[in-house]
Ligand binder design. Structure first.
Ligand code: MSP
Length: 504
């Protein structure tokens, strides 16, 4: 299907409840899904939970719960988060579901019969936090001389029988793929990083474990469980596989991932897919990390931010707006409630909220809510009438390339122009001096708000719906409507403030 667009979030580990970092990845994917839908694409968007592995088994043990009851409980919190975030996901995949486990076993057998799996034994260091084998050159030490992994956790020594995937065999094919598909990994700095890593040489990958049991057992070798990353990555296809209607969505158009899990997605994943003779996804977008006062969010520092707390306090669109606007996608960023409140008050309340509220109130007050025609058009009116169409191409290409913050800056440059136009034209004076001009100015402004609102839909979906309702048009307007206008003679609804000021 030509018009399809398949987008995914990573599936989240259920060792603990969701935090702001998880919400961020999901909100970005949702923004893209909504943007593509408004561009006319048929969307499949999934998210879900990664429920197997040593990290989850140990977390269940700490809570004195059987792993299955534990994952059932924690995955509910992630499902709840999709509702709180108002995600438009079509499905939620859990790796403990039969549909997924059956698919992964099928894949194992396929890789095995293709000659890419062999039995050996693994000796080396392992990071439970990252569920990753750690090479000597990635290890650091703490003050007690303990070995630490890239995420700072104390590594475990493993020595156990293990099946291996012949990753080394795929090195040249991977390099060839990267060379031929320069857009495969974004941003470009990450693409270069991955290429130089692979150029440095790939070792075969241990893909089964015997020292714990919480996972999908290896077909024909039930003392082994399948390595959690091999298990987890295939969620992107197992989620489509049981429904003929959905199978056509593979290959994925975009996997959204954090920079910490790029290696798994950009190296292991395409190698597994090549071995299974499956198509490789079109794009992998790696984003940066949110820190709190410059520090990593972590339980031990007690600085983990609960997205549900933030949304209860400030609103869904508000959090989404801040996360998308505050940093360039791909960069790291520092989260603080102070910066959040400042930005919400300035951008949402003062700029957008104020524009909509005062223009619609004036239409009610001066024209009884009716849109009247424009018959005294000057150059300033014309400029604003055409501004959104003129900027649309730029907005569109920024959104297409995941430059959300820059796309928002374009929209806000229009909003600020609109507010300056209101101040300059001063409709409150025109009401006394020139009724024709007043109608023209209000007509220009109401159409401007309509068009601005088309652009903000993927970024502020709830507010955009409310504003369309106030304008008395349907609550969703496709990008192809960008040249449409609010009909003369139509009546708008009574405005209600969309972004109340937050007391600092
Ligand atoms: N289970 C794996 C993914 C498997 S996908 C086949 C995993 N899960 S995770 O729960 O640890 O992380 C999920 C996502 O959250 C990752 O993309 C990660 O980058 C993101 N974040 C976790 N903490 C974050 C921040 N502090 N800031 C931004 N995103 C971060 O990895």
């Amino acid at each position: 299907m030509k018009n399809k667009y398949y987008i995914t979030t990573p599936i989240y580990y259920v060792n603990d409840k969701p935090h702001l970092g998880h919400a961020y990845t999901s909100l970005v994917a949702d923004t893209v899904a909504r943007f593509k839908k408004l561009s006319g694409k048929k969307i499949f968007f999934i998210t879900g939970t990664d429920e197997h592995g040593q990290k989850v088994q140990e977390a269940a043990k700490r809570k004195n719960m059987p792993p299955k009851s534990f994952v059932d409980k924690v995955s509910k919190e992630f499902i709840n988060l999709t509702k709180v975030l108002k995600l438009t996901n079509n499905d939620f995949i859990r790796t403990s579901e039969e549909r997924h486990k059956n698919y992964v076993r099928k894949i194992w057998e396929l890789l095995f019969s293709n000659g890419d799996i062999y039995l050996g034994s693994y000796k080396g260091w392992y990071s439970v936090r990252d569920e990753s084998f750690v090479a000597e050159n990635e290890i650091t030490k703490n003050e007690n001389n303990e070995k630490l992994g890239p995420s700072g956790d104390v590594l475990k020594w493993l020595e156990e029988p293990s099946y291996f995937f012949k990753l080394s065999k795929w090195q040249d094919k991977l390099m060839e793929y990267y060379e031929n598909n320069p857009d495969f990994i974004k941003p470009i700095s990450r693409y270069n990083e991955v290429k130089s890593f692979v150029r440095g040489g790939l070792q075969d990958l241990s893909i089964s474990r015997t020292s714990f049991t919480w996972g999908i057992s290896v077909p024909g070798s039930s003392d082994h469980v399948i390595y959690v990353w091999l298990d987890a990555l295939f969620n992107y296809i197992s989620a489509l596989d049981t429904n003929e209607k959905f199978k056509i969505f593979w290959p994925a158009d975009a996997h959204i991932v954090g920079k910490d899990i790029l290696k798994f997605h950009a190296i292991f994943w395409p190698a597994f897919l090549m071995s299974a003779n499956l198509k490789i996804p079109n794009n992998i977008f790696a984003h940066g990390w949110w820190t709190i006062n410059g520090e990593k969010m972590s339980k031990s520092l007690g600085n983990v931010i609960d997205p549900i707390y933030l949304i209860d306090k400030y609103g869904n669109d508000q959090i989404r707006y801040f996360l998308l606007r505050e940093i360039s996608f791909g960069d790291d960023g520092n989260f603080s409630e102070k910066a959040l409140v400042k930005r919400l008050n300035s951008d949402l309340t003062n700029d957008l909220g104020n524009l909509v509220q005062r223009v619609l109130s004036m239409i009610i007050k001066y024209n009884n809510g009716e849109i009247l025609q424009r018959d005294e058009i000057d150059n300033e009116d014309l400029e604003l009438l055409n501004i959104v169409e003129n900027k649309f191409r730029e907005y569109n290409s920024l959104m297409e390339t995941f430059q959300f913050s820059q796309a928002i800056i374009i929209i806000w440059s229009i909003i600020r122009k609109a507010n300056a136009y209101v101040d300059k034209k001063a409709p409150w004076n025109l009401f006394k001096e020139n009724k024709n001009k007043l109608s023209t100015v209000l007509n220009v402004l109401v159409n401007l708000i309509y068009k601005i609102n088309i652009l903000i839909q993927p970024i502020l979906p709830i507010a955009a719906k409310k504003i369309f309702l106030q304008l008395n048009v349907q609550e969703e307007q496709k990008f192809s409507y960008i040249n449409n206008e609010i009909k003369v003679g139509m009546k708008i609804n009574k405005p209600e403030g969309v972004f109340p000021r937050i007391i600092e």
